[in-house]
Each structure stands twice: as structure tokens, then as C-alpha cells.
Design a protein around this ligand. Structure first.
Ligand SMILES: Cc1cc2nc3c(=O)[nH]c(=O)nc-3n(C[C@H](O)[C@H](O)[C@H](O)COP(=O)(O)O)c2cc1C
Length: 169
């Protein structure tokens, strides 16, 4: 198994993004960074890491993992993705949450969109989102085109010429 997809999520949107990516990469292994037993990185050539964004920051478990594994990760074919509802802040979110070393090493970065579900979040979060983003209803803003582009860019060197569609779709 060559591809490992690691994700950090609070309410499941980043997991859903990770699952959508995994569906397009045969044999990819998925793991929640909050769970024990992260597979040894040495077993994988391709590593994709994603987190949702809260108040401009990735989740703590993602921060910790990135800090602890920076040296190994920069030697991999690395893909980094973020889930959130402010695509216009993509550049800023990547710059402030990942070291320049990792960003340089990453083959692809992508802001893949996100979900807001007022029924899942707590009262305070609902209040903040209502006040700051004027959002009160369920919103699914996943960007399927970006997910596709992300996978294609990350995996391009593994695909035989002319077989891109067959491999990815
Ligand atoms: C309290 C709160 C703060 C948030 N802050 C941001 C933010 O700063 N930038 C952004 O793009 N999205 C923000 N979001 C949207 C989340 O990133 C989005 O809902 C995401 O899909 C959640 O993913 P998860 O379920 O994997 O945690 C925020 C959402 C909540 C509830």
C-alpha cells in the first residue's frame, strides 16, 4: 500500500474530504490523526494530510503530527489539504499553518471546501458562525473540481500516459 491519507476533523467534514480522495486512489489507507495507531510513515511513498480550519488554525492533532514528523514528511510525495468555508483565505491559511519547508516540499496543496451543520456544532460555535459569517442553515460547500484536481496533481507520476481517467475516476 503506497498512499496514506491522514486527516484531522471535528465534525466529520475533513473525514469526508479524505474519503472522497481515498475513493479515487486505489489501495489508499485512511487514518484519523486523533486515533492511536498511525501506520508507520516508512511504509508509504505518498502521504496526504488534511485538516479542517477553526478560527484560522488547523486542528491540534494535525499541528502536533506535522511538528513531530516534519523531517520524514518533507522526503515524501506530500499532499496537503484544508477544509473550511473561506476559500478566499486559502493562501493565508496554508502560510500560517504549515512551515515553509513543508509547503515547498508539498507536491500539491488544496483548499477543498467544507460543511457547516448547525445541528452538529455547539451553541457557542453556532452563535459565532451566525455573528461572523451570518450563517444559520446547513451548508455544504465541498468543491468536487478541486478534490479531483488535488488527486490528479498528487498522483500524476503514478499514472501511465493516457490512463489518467481510468486510474482516477
Ligand atoms: C467555530 C467555527 C469556526 C470556524 N472558523 C473557520 C475559519 O476560520 N476559516 C474557515 O475557512 N472555516 C472556518 N470554519 C468552518 C469549518 O472549517 C468547516 O465547517 C469545516 O468543514 C469543518 O470541518 P470538520 O467537520 O472536519 O471539523 C469554522 C467553523 C466553526 C464552527
Amino acid at each position: 500500500m503506497k498512499t496514506l491519507i491522514l486527516y484531522a476533523t471535528k465534525y466529520g467534514a475533513a473525514r469526508e474530504a479524505a474519503e472522497r480522495i481515498a475513493k479515487k486512489i486505489p489501495g489508499a489507507k485512511l487514518h484519523d490523526l486523533k486515533q492511536e495507531g498511525i501506520p508507520p510513515l516508512a511504509n508509504f511513498e505518498y502521504i496526504i494530510i488534511g485538516s479542517s480550519i477553526y478560527f484560522g488554525s488547523i486542528r491540534k492533532e494535525a499541528k502536533t503530527f506535522l511538528a513531530q514528523n516534519a523531517n520524514v514528511l518533507k522526503e515524501k510525495t506530500l499532499g496537503l489539504f484544508l477544509c473550511g468555508l473561506q476559500p478566499e483565505e486559502e493562501k493565508q491559511f496554508f502560510a500560517s499553518n504549515f512551515s515553509s519547508e513543508l509547503l515547498t516540499a508539498a507536491k500539491v496543496t488544496g483548499f477543498l471546501g467544507g460543511i457547516f451543520d448547525p445541528e452538529k456544532v455547539g451553541f457557542m460555535e453556532r452563535f459565532v458562525i451566525k455573528t461572523v459569517a451570518k450563517l444559520t442553515e446547513y451548508l455544504n460547500r465541498f468543491d468536487d473540481g478541486k478534490i479531483e484536481e488535488f488527486v490528479l496533481t498528487e498522483c500524476l507520476d503514478r499514472i501511465d500516459d493516457g490512463k489518467i481517467e481510468e486510474f482516477v475516476l
